[in-house]
Structure formats: structure tokens, C-alpha cells
Design a protein around this ligand. Structure first.
Ligand code: SF4
Ligand code: SF4
Length: 178
């Protein structure tokens, strides 16, 4: 008995005072994913990486928008979204008390504008994502054709494919004519 008491005093408190006192979290604690809607470029990398589809993207071609949304009720706090985000727009924070009265309060969303293709005029990608790609291309070391590649970044994949096919055909004809 004495030995048990001695060990208990030596060990100190084995429990915490939560919920009567705030719970201290450890570094790298995986709490509620916090989305920075200003920083986000709507690239969908987090939605692709999210195992339970807690993050989803919905495109509205009529309105020319793309909506990023998260359902915290589905989140398993795995941190894949944080790993996948190229611009650090989502990170798991310290918050873990997510109880709400209504299921709708477990969701958040942000809507972004789509960019039109500079050739055909059709919506093809989130504008912020295209702008981000252009910024990266402009600052890429050794990119001697930055202006040209920025121009190409504003063209949809279909128009790019068509342009590639046309130039390949022209090259083949020129080769055949020699
Ligand atoms: S932490 Fe995991 S489950 Fe939650 S939103 Fe991010 S990727 Fe999805
Ligand atoms: S990966 Fe980052 S930038 Fe891309 S949609 Fe998710 S939060 Fe936004």
C-alpha cells in the first residue's frame, strides 16, 4: 500500500483537467482543417487527396464558378489535404471541439471564378490557378520563353491539343516536301 502511494506521488497527475480547463495540444496535433480562402487557388489537389471525400469541388459552367467545400462531419483528420496543397492554404489546426446543433454548421465553402480560354472562350480552369501558374512560369529560372509559356497557360487543353496537331501536321508536310 505504502509502495503504491509512493509510486502515485512520484508519477504525479495521470489525468488532465479537461473539460474544466483548456486542453493543451501537442505540436503537429491534427485538429480541424483550417482553409485560407484568400490563399487558396482552387486547384482541387486537396479534394483529390481526401480519402473520405470530405472536401469536394463543384463546377458551375453557367455561372463560371467553381466551389470548394468541406464537410467536417466526414473528415478523419488524416492531414492529406495539408500535404497535397501547393500553396499552404489548408492546414490542420488545434480545434477539436466540433459539436454543432445543426449538420449544416459542419460545412464551409468558398466560390471562385473560372478563367475563359483565350482561344475558344470556354471556361477551363479556376482563374486563381491560372494566375498562379503564370506567376510560377514568370519566375522560373532558366525559362527563356516565359512570355510564350504564360500565353499558353491561358489556353484550354482542347485548344492546345488542336494547335499541337496543326503544327505537327505542318511539320510533317514540310518534311514530306523536302
Ligand atoms: S484531414 Fe483528411 S479527411 Fe479531413 S479534409 Fe483533410 S484530407 Fe480530408
Ligand atoms: S489544395 Fe490548397 S489551393 Fe488547392 S483547392 Fe485545396 S486548399 Fe485550395
Amino acid at each position: 500500500m505504502l509502495k503504491t502511494l509512493r509510486n502515485a506521488f512520484k508519477t504525479g497527475d495521470a489525468t488532465v483537467k479537461y473539460p474544466f480547463a483548456p486542453l493543451e495540444t501537442v505540436p503537429d496535433f491534427r485538429g480541424k482543417p483550417e482553409h485560407d480562402l484568400e490563399r487558396c487557388i482552387a486547384c482541387a489537389a486537396c479534394a483529390v487527396a481526401c480519402p473520405p471525400n470530405a472536401i469536394q469541388m463543384a463546377t458551375d459552367l453557367k455561372a463560371g464558378t467553381i466551389t470548394w467545400s468541406i464537410d467536417y462531419g466526414r473528415c478523419i483528420f488524416c492531414g492529406r489535404c495539408e500535404e497535397a496543397c501547393p500553396v499552404e492554404a489548408i492546414r490542420l489546426g488545434d480545434e477539436f471541439e466540433l459539436a454543432v446543433m445543426s449538420k449544416a454548421d459542419l460545412t464551409e465553402d468558398a466560390t471562385y471564378t473560372l478563367e475563359r480560354c483565350s482561344e475558344c472562350g470556354r471556361y477551363f480552369a479556376p482563374r486563381k490557378q491560372v494566375d498562379y501558374a503564370c506567376r510560377v512560369l514568370a519566375t522560373l529560372e532558366g525559362n527563356t520563353e516565359a512570355d510564350e509559356s504564360i500565353e499558353v497557360a491561358r489556353v484550354c487543353p482542347e485548344c492546345k491539343r488542336r494547335a499541337d496537331a496543326v503544327s505537327a501536321l505542318a511539320a510533317a508536310r514540310a518534311e514530306g516536301g523536302r
